[in-house]
Design a protein around this ligand. Structure first.
Ligand SMILES: NC(=O)c1ccc[n+]([C@@H]2O[C@H](COP(=O)([O-])OP(=O)(O)OC[C@H]3O[C@@H](n4cnc5c(N)ncnc54)[C@H](O)[C@@H]3O)[C@@H](O)[C@H]2O)c1
Length: 337
């Protein structure tokens, strides 16, 4: 399957296909210097497969985990780019999950004031969501994504066969973002999770999720309006994610929890709980409401007495609503517990 993100001169193709990592060189110009960025949790053969198709490639392997989306990780990638002798016409290629994509993309946006970036996502989360749209970032201390850029890739290659080596928990984690896409804009995608086996339908799930995101990004590349709908579940989700003591929940797991309170209809909320259980995502968590609200107040999106939230009235339809912190606390109590 091929999609095209249409953003004028920043347009690019998105390829979704089992085995596609073997064909990156046929899809774009790799007859130049390339720095392939991966992490030590990604099976090394994926980066090697891509590097072998470049005329001159170096591979830099950062440590797996969110800790690499840091100033130290950023410096490691930039230093590798400089040591590899990358020039303005060369390319940085991410082969990994959302951590590698966000880090390598930000390095590409910054190195020599911006060079080409190719993203080869290898997790469900990065294939259904993070690899397109151009948001690239690192964290500063424990504040997520606070330093970054909008830097669109030149090409995205999602090889669905690479997902076979993921742990079941990481596999399910990424599906939460696809469930989100269904809830905000594609009711049939949401129903697919209820009626079908997600593994068997993975190519369709990835494609439909990316279509949802693509349509929104094409309208609003820099999040001045509708793009904020993609943050459905993320206001509470990020807050839960930032806590220690919750057993180290993953990003998608927290998004799943964050979506529940933002659904108006209790029957749809029950359907989401059932989907979460089926996929192996959490559907309830105990948390300290005051700490959640404190975090949201400090979060970069919060200003004044409340926040703009994304709500879902029925599957496939979102709307925006301002919520005071007290309203948010009440909603969260009802929905997450
Ligand atoms: N830029 C965006 O629009 C956007 C959107 C959503 C999330 N994100 C970011 O994405 C990040 C999370 O991404 P993620 O869930 O992909 O996590 P991740 O990149 O940390 O990958 C999860 C784990 O899987 C391993 N892995 C990756 N591919 C593998 C494979 N094919 N087989 C076996 N193991 C593999 C990694 O080494 C890592 O340990 C967060 O930093 C989040 O902020 C960005």
């Amino acid at each position: 399957m091929k999609l095209t993100m249409r953003l004028g001169e920043r347009s690019y193709d998105i390829i979704i296909k089992a085995g596609a990592l073997n064909h990156v060189g046929e899809l774009t110009n790799l007859r130049r210097r390339a720095l392939v960025v991966t992490d030590d949790g990604v099976p090394p053969q994926y980066a090697q497969t891509v590097a072998a198709q470049c005329s001159e490639a170096s591979i830099v392997t950062v440590k797996q985990g969110e800790g690499s989306k840091s100033m130290a990780g950023f410096e490691q990638v930039l230093t590798a780019a400089m040591e590899a002798g990358l020039r303005r016409s060369d390319v940085i290629i991410a082969v990994g999950g959302g951590v590698v994509g966000d880090l390598a993309g930000f390095a590409a946006a910054s190195y020599m004031r911006g060079i080409d970036f190719i993203n080869c996502p290898t997790t469900t989360l990065s294939q259904v969501d993070s690899s397109i749209g151009g948001k690239v970032a690192i964290n500063l201390g424990d504040t997520k994504n606070i330093v970054g850029a909008f830097w669109q890739p030149r090409l995205v290659v999602a090889d669905t066969a690479a997902l076979d080596t993921l742990t079941p928990r990481h596999y399910a984690n990424g599906l939460a973002e696809a469930v989100k896409s269904g809830l905000i804009a594609d009711a049939e995608l949401f129903e697919l999770f209820e009626t079908q086996d997600a593994h068997e339908k993975i190519e369709e799930i990835i494609t439909r999720s990316l279509v949802v995101k693509k349509n929104i990004v094409e309208l609003d590349e820099r999040e001045g309006g509708p793009r904020a709908a993609l943050n459905f579940g993320h206001t509470l989700g990020h807050a839960v994610e930032s806590f220690e003591g919750l057993g180290g929940l993953y990003h998608g797991e927290c998004v799943a929890l964050g979506m529940l309170p933002m659904i108006d209809d209790s029957a749809l909320r029950q359907r989401l709980r059932a989907v979460c259980k089926k996929l192996g995502l959490p559907a309830r968590v105990d948390y300290d409401g005051d700490r959640v609200l404190d975090y949201i107040r400090r979060d970069k999106k919060a200003g004044g007495e409340g926040v703009k939230t994304v709500r879902v009235r029925e599957a496939g339809q979102y709307y925006f609503e301002y919520a005071t912190f007290d309203e948010l606390r009440a909603l969260a109590k009802e929905g997450i517990r």
